[in-house]
Design a protein around this ligand. Structure first.
Ligand SMILES: *Cc1c(COP(=O)(O)O)cnc(C)c1O
Length: 451
């Protein structure tokens, strides 16, 4: 008991938690995790919870997965970390080969970094310098198209191409200039249109922007199929392929940020596969190590890569890298993660579970305070509204999403909402019975809290 109290005290005294209003945190009792197994987490008091957010969207095969634990221990017996600046390492070489093998066609080069945000920074700098290195009038191509409701991380470059007002507005004076494209948020269409014409208008708007500014735009950065942190906003079918087409027609690089949707979330290994899209730059993180260690990769094509190859004096080198780039333990566990995808036929086994989610979510639509239900593969969002008829949101200060998630916690389920959107994002490996239980609990909590 003494140790528990000391931990709780020290948390409040010294820790500053991310995306957390610490004023409130200090008044509540924090939930401290001590261990995990499969899709469950256990806290200091020995209470068990379903990890309904995959430890913030990173976990794939569950916790304490034997093959992953062993991969790290095996690598630890050799060396934990060596630099990729001027040296190479076995796990980083092998993983690069594997990533290229499974990635959409055309992506042949792997640049490592440490998390989604840094991998986005790499993508932005690569795109900018690609045109710079080509020289001449291409040097005017230095702007980015980004989207409303987009999220690409919290470092300043990533914030510059983000589009969530609550997170990003404040930092505006620190950001570089971008061109904003419309979100595919058809439930709350920016143009006040019905779903079908919303998509059409959205793409038409984007088309005119890309045409008018094509000589100034280096790249378009997108979250393929789902704008995750923006509220689990699912793109209409064909939207992704249409965005790729606009990039090709206007000589604009396409950056696909698959940090959230990659590694099986949409039912395919990568979201781009759903519409046969091959981006010029692919950004990967979160699920890349199965949720074990921080690692990210930015993949690109031979064409982009070649624009950086020249005699040293030409100054075309990509001067970028982090201390832990290509960490051996992280690469080793990432390789084991990819092996598990194959060996355990994860994507195949996911299909029936995706169908269960679809079926169970149907009854949510009839709840009086559920405005919209959105699902793409094994990720889903339930948008709560105060009044369904005019889609009137709950007052910001009510924190309805948060309240429902706190209630779920009392029933042994950990969730984290996006505003008033309840997120369903369990590990891909969650057994069917726990998946059913999880969705049942969410239904119950929404009913109880919104009554
Ligand atoms: C989480 C996320 C990021 C940022 O990744 P971090 O590892 O948190 O820096 C970037 N893009 C998308 C789409 C994400 O979901």
């Amino acid at each position: 008991m003494y140790r528990k109290n000391r931990l709780l005290q020290q948390d409040k005294k010294h820790l500053w938690h991310p995306f957390t209003q610490m004023h409130e945190w200090e008044q509540d009792e924090p939930l401290v995790i001590e261990s995990g197994k499969g899709c469950f987490l256990k806290d200091l008091k020995g209470r068990k919870y379903i990890d309904g957010v995959s430890s913030l969207w990173v976990n794939v095969h569950g916790h304490r997965k034997r093959e992953l634990d062993r991969a790290i221990i095996r690598q630890l017996g050799k060396v934990a970390h060596t630099t990729l600046l001027g040296l190479s390492s076995i796990p980083s070489i092998e993983l690069a080969g594997e990533l290229v093998r499974i990635a959409p066609p055309g992506l042949t080069r792997v640049f490592y970094s440490d998390d989604g945000s840094t991998a986005v920074e790499v993508a932005l700098k690569l795109a900018f310098q690609f045109w710079h290195n080509r020289g001449g009038t291409y040097r005017r191509k230095r702007k980015f198209i980004r989207f409303k409701n987009a999220y690409h991380g919290d470092t300043l470059g990533a914030v510059s191409v983000g589009g969530i007002d609550l997170f990003h507005d404040l930092y505006h004076p620190l950001l570089f200039d971008t061109i904003e494209g419309p979100s595919f948020y058809c439930y709350r269409c920016e143009f006040g249109k019905e779903a079908a014409s919303c998509d059409r208008d959205c793409l038409a708007g984007l088309q005119s922007v890309t045409r008018s500014y094509r000589d100034e735009i280096a790249a378009m950065i997108i979250e393929p199929l789902v704008q995750g942190a923006g509220g689990m906003i699912v793109a209409p079918s064909g939207h992704l392929a249409a965005m790729e087409r606009l990039c090709r027609e206007n000589n604009i690089l396409l950056i696909a940020d698959e940090v959230a949707v990659g590694f099986g979330r949409t039912g395919k290994m990568f979201a781009c596969e759903n519409e046969r899209v091959s981006p010029d730059i692919l950004v990967l993180s979160k699920g890349i190590t199965g949720g074990y260690l921080p690692l990210a990769a930015t993949l690109t094509t031979e064409k982009v890569y070649r624009a950086f190859c020249a005699p040293y004096r030409m100054k075309k080198t990509f001067f970028h890298g982090h201390s832990y780039t290509g960490n051996a333990l992280a690469c080793a566990v990432s390789l084991a993660n990819l092996t598990l995808f194959r060996k355990e036929r994860i994507l195949e086994k996911l299909l029936p579970k995706i169908k269960i989610v679809t079926r169970l979510l149907k009854i949510f639509r009839d709840l009086p305070h559920v405005g919209d239900v959105r699902q793409c593969g094994f990720m889903a969002g339930i948008e709560l509204v105060r009044r369904k008829k005019n889609k009137v949101p709950y007052p910001y200060s009510w924190r309805m999403g948060h309240r429902i998630c706190m209630r779920a916690r009392r029933y042994g389920l950990i969730l984290r909402p996006l505003g008033d959107v309840i997120v369903i994002m369990p590990p891909l490996s969650i057994p069917e019975r726990h998946l059913r239980r999880m969705i049942g609990l969410i239904y119950r909590c929404i009913r109880e809290e919104t009554e």
